[in-house]
Ligand binder design. Sequence first.
Ligand SMILES: Nc1ncnc2c1ncn2[C@@H]1O[C@H](COP(=O)(O)OP(=O)(O)O)[C@@H](O)[C@H]1O
Ligand SMILES: [Mg+2]
Length: 260
Amino acid sequence: MAARLTLRDVTLRFGGITVLHDVGFEVEPGQIFGLVGPNGAGKTSLFNCISGHYRPNSGSITIDDAEVAGVRPSTLAKHGLARTFQHPGLQLRETVLENVMLGAHTRLPGGPVEWAARLPHTWRSERKLRAEAGTLLERTGLGWAIDNTADELSHGLHKAVELCRALMSKPRLLLLDEPAAGLPHSEVQQFIETVRSIRDNDDITVVIVEHNMGVISALTERVVVLDHGAKLMEGTAAEAQSDPRVIEAYLGKDEVDDAA
Ligand SMILES: Nc1ncnc2c1ncn2[C@@H]1O[C@H](COP(=O)(O)OP(=O)(O)O)[C@@H](O)[C@H]1O
Ligand SMILES: [Mg+2]
């Protein structure tokens, strides 16, 4: 069952700097929800709070009815959470298939000792997971790359592999941090279709951080715009794009970038 994600008044500070300031929103089960905003707005930090990599200074984060603020990432996997990173960390010398299979570690029966001994029930489940990983890669348009080592693929395709790896844990809530960044233009449509089919077939709630507004418009039902760690507005992608405060936030950022 897809998860409901609720954030209330999430505040995160590093030293004297407030990175997130009283951020709150609710993502309905099965929604594709966008999180947008200029660089440095706090999008990745917010993901890090949800995924347990950062502990917010105050506020509440719930997955369904469970309070998860400050809960460790390994425990969050049990609540059905999976994520991808802005800078994916694949095992570069392993094949694409092996990288994807790593995502299933939370589902493996027995412990590492049983796996090392390769007992019959472990290799039976390994074979099943191999088939599952292969199917996911096919679905994502990466079937051709199954036996390539990860270092043979572009940065953009690493994100697609990481998406398959995240799906191997059979999440109910999936966080994607700039999944289309670095994808060649020709791959973007395939990516959009992949995320749609994940949501439609796998009963997952998806939160996506993405700068490509074409991707955000095509995929999301709702977006929150963050600026300087605070929520600027919430609405549809179209409403966000025409909101003067959002336009100003992006333009203001460009001026800062130009001056830098
Ligand atoms: N571990 C950290 N220590 C100190 N500052 C951090 C840390 N993580 C993020 N920040 C700061 O938080 C702000 C928001 O960064 P980030 O969440 O990466 O923004 P975005 O993903 O929207 O570009 C930045 O100013 C960044 O320097
Ligand atoms: Mg980021």
